[in-house]
Write a protein that binds this ligand. Structure first.
Ligand code: ADP
Ligand code: ADP
Length: 573
């Protein structure tokens, strides 16, 4: 059931079965460069790749209105074929678009991907889409909240794909549906059970997938999602390394095929499970492991699950004949420490001791604290990989962000703190506003716009330092709350410590170490923070320090105490 999309590319890597017509490719590319163009986002990039490879077959384009409305209503395309979730291309700027026009689609990195002949432009209703596709308008649903940022019009039309997004990573594992089916066929088992995942695999997953292989006497298609998943998930580089280690060492080679799926998840629970089943049918599987809370978006704003725990299994079951995919329940496996083996929860002998470790515990109790994960829980190869990605807290990066008026004592306190942290064995970079303004932000003034640029630059550098496990100590007036919040988001809330140096204006002015307040009062400096430009004090700073009754040394020690409590610094070294 290959897609009807036209693929024209002389190379395109291992992904697609190409129509190798070099001249045609060059021609279309040249033609595309004369067309109006739009840049698609990461979600649409994943969708386009899936459409182009035939992963969403029978769908071969972003949906037109008739398809879209029937999908919302009945999970079917206008022609009656099953398709449980919308796949659309929303746009913002409709003024440049009109019907029967060709437009070039570019990736977020501005690579030319495809030409679309626009034959529909239609508006869509956010509330209706949220309610019908996801069953909720709650903004805690990641897709509902994302949809608020989408353009208000959808466009649709025939696609001529020129190039698929390039993947330079794990290229041997990126298999199209056609390639996957071919490989599965060569493996010689007519039954194939797919396992969909967005998490690292532990022993329990190994046990249940092995049982599924046995049960159907077939092949396991280990099919992790490497497109957009749930925000906060373990990055796919780390995950794929764990899958690869497991697949190559712990399964019969002719019983497992590992392939990566560039799907952008919708986290739509049951409807998404159905989509997963349809996709896997395109990839050659006739069974799919569907678990409790499959494709779950987490909890809603009242702390309740969005979907019932078994809704997904039931929905796939209901359509299994039409789809040709049978759901295999995700067995709830538990470990019996006294016997050293896994059994299904329903087979646990009366009174037997059982052991489990939750995902949160893996992070908080083990990785953050540098404790080894037990071998009954995860293979040592997997534990090693996770340890590299999630070093213990005292090796993770963090940012201490000082904010306060000029002369409040930010630089002075930062200097003491720097020494204490170096003494504790951490690597520290200081980004002091006054200093940054002589290099990174040279030439910027003190208009609101320039100050924001300055703070964002410092924030960007800090976030890179933190990502690589270093300590960034930043000391800038940073007078605007919204900008400080942006920095917090850039760095990541868990690794950002805002310290409000709460020195009253009169005190700063009396200190006037740089003579600037006097100048500002005389009107020689304009827009001076605290005099004729606002300072918005933080509402929720992690720490507030006082510089009138407390010395810089004592304040720096207070901050170190806080960092010790957070585990960012180890005591007694
Ligand atoms: P900022 O970086 O916030 O503009 P600085 O640290 O450059 O401020 O200047 C603060 C001034 O206040 C310095 O001259 C410092 O010696 C003085 N000062 C007096 N008491 C303190 C204190 N407890 N903490 C920090 N600085 C203090
Ligand atoms: P911001 O966070 O506003 O970009 P920085 O910490 O980078 O501020 O720079 C503030 C320093 O620049 C102050 O400590 C002060 O010495 C000097 N300065 C010069 N003009 C101004 C001004 N208009 N407002 C505040 N600080 C100013």
């Amino acid at each position: 059931m290959a897609s009807r999309i036209e693929l024209i590319s002389p190379y395109g890597g291992s992904l697609i079965d190409l129509l190798p017509s070099g001249g045609e490719y060059e021609e279309l590319k040249a033609h595309a460069s004369t067309l109006p163009s739009i840049q698609i986002d990461d979600r649409r990039l994943n969708d386009l790749e899936m459409l182009a490879m035939g992963g969403f077959s029978p769908l071969d384009r972003f949906m037109g209105e008739e398809d879209y409305l029937r999908v919302l209503e009945e999970m079917r395309l206008a022609n009656g074929m099953l398709l449980p979730l919308p796949v659309t291309l929303p746009v913002n700027d409709e003024s440049r678009l009109h019907l029967d026009q060709e437009i070039a689609l570019h990736s977020p990195k501005n690579e030319l991907l495809a030409v679309m002949t626009v034959d529909e432009i239609y508006s869509w209703d956010l509330e209706e889409a949220a309610q019908k596709a996801f069953g909720t308008s709650d903004l805690r649903h990641p897709l509902v909240s994302e949809m608020h940022r989408w353009g208000r019009l959808n466009i649709s039309g025939r696609l001529q794909v020129i190039d698929l997004p390039r993947h330079y990573d794990f290229s041997d594992l990126r298999l199209s549906p056609v390639q996957t089916r071919k490989r599965l066929k060569e493996m010689g088992h007519s039954n194939v059970v797919a396992f969909q995942t967005r998490n690292p695999l532990h022993r329990v997953h190994e046990e249940l997938t092995k049982r599924a292989i046995e049960r159907i006497d077939g092949t396991l298609l280990l099919h992790p999602v490497v497109g957009m998943t749930k925000p906060g998930d373990v990055d796919y580089f780390t995950r794929v390394r764990t899958y690869r280690a497991l697949a190559s060492r712990y399964y019969e080679p002719d019983r497992i095929l590992l392939a990566l799926l560039p799907l952008a998840m919708r986290l739509a629970g049951p409807r998404e499970a159905l989509l997963h089943a349809l996709i896997r049918r395109n990839y050659g599987a006739n069974h799919l492991i569907v678990g409790r809370d499959h494709a779950s978006p987490g909890l809603d704003s009242e702390g309740k699950p969005f979907y019932g725990p078994y809704d997904a299994q039931e929905l796939v079951e209901r359509f299994s004949e039409e789809l040709g995919v049978t759901p295999v329940p995700f067995l709830n496996m538990v470990f019996l420490p006294d016997e050293g083996r896994y059994v299904e929860a329903s087979e646990v002998p009366e009174g037997a001791k059982t052991a489990t470790i939750s995902g949160t515990q893996v992070r908080e109790q083990y990785l953050n604290r540098g404790r080894e994960l037990p071998v009954w829980f995860t293979r040592s190869e997997v534990a090693e990989i996770l340890k590299e990605t999630y070093p213990p807290r005292h090796k993770q990066g963090f940012c201490v962000w000082f904010t306060g008026l000029s002369g409040a004592g930010k630089s002075t306190t930062a200097e003491v703190l720097t020494m204490l942290l170096l003494e504790a064995g951490r690597q520290v970079t200081v980004l002091d506003g006054d200093v940054v303004r002589t290099h990174l932000s040279r030439g910027l003034g003190f208009s609101k716009e320039d100050r924001d640029i300055n703070i964002r630059r410092i924030g960007f550098v800090a976030s890179e330092i933190v990502r690589h496990g270093g300590v960034a100590i930043c000391a800038a007036v940073s007078p605007y709350r919204a900008t400080r919040n942006d920095v917090r988001n850039m760095v990541g809330d868990e690794h950002y410590i805002e310290v409000f140096v709460d020195t009253p204006l009169e005190v700063c002015e009396a200190r006037d170490t740089k003579g600037m307040y006097a100048k500002a009062r005389r009107g020689e400096i304009k827009d001076f923070t605290g005099i004729d430009d606002p300072y918005e004090a933080p509402d929720h700073a992690e720490l507030v320090i006082n510089t009138q009754n407390t010395t810089p040394e004592d304040n720096a020690h207070l901050i170190v105490e806080y960092l010790l409590g957070q585990g960012f610094v180890r005591s007694g070294e």
